[in-house]
Each structure stands twice: as structure tokens, then as C-alpha cells.
Ligand binder design. Structure first.
Ligand SMILES: [Zn+2]
Length: 69
């Protein structure tokens, strides 16, 4: 199963949150804050599942728009 990614604010690199990208996993974690141990900077980031999901969706949409231009 693929995992929802978040962007590390320190290194700007993406790391998995451990939350699945299927509907059931997202729904269960949707309004939660997660503490994720970041493999890039070694710190623990507190992230909102809803925020990073929306960020990721916007990022994908922007990529798609760029490809069609
Ligand atoms: Zn980090």
C-alpha cells in the first residue's frame, strides 16, 4: 500500500507519513495530527493529515497543468 507523503519543512524533501492513501485510511486519519519521525532531518514533525493531503493534491494538479501547456 502506498503511503501519504509529507514535505519536510527543513530539507524540503518528501517522506512517508505511514498513513495509507486509500479512502478508509484517509478517513480514519483525516482530522488527526500525526507526529512523524523524519528520516531526512532526524526531527519529529507534527503534521495535519488533511493539510498535507490537500497540499499533495494541489501539487499534482499543478504538475498536470504544466504538462498540458
Ligand atoms: Zn524533517
Amino acid at each position: 500500500m502506498s503511503s501519504l507523503l509529507f514535505t519536510c519543512p527543513t530539507t524540503r524533501r518528501q517522506a512517508p507519513t505511514g498513513v495509507g492513501t486509500d479512502v478508509q485510511s484517509l478517513r480514519a486519519a483525516w482530522s488527526k495530527k500525526l507526529k512523524v519521525h523524519c528520516s531526512h532531518c532526524g526531527k519529529v514533525h507534527e503534521i495535519s493529515v488533511r493539510e498535507i493531503y490537500i497540499e499533495g493534491a494541489l501539487h499534482d494538479a499543478a504538475d498536470r497543468l504544466r504538462q498540458t501547456c
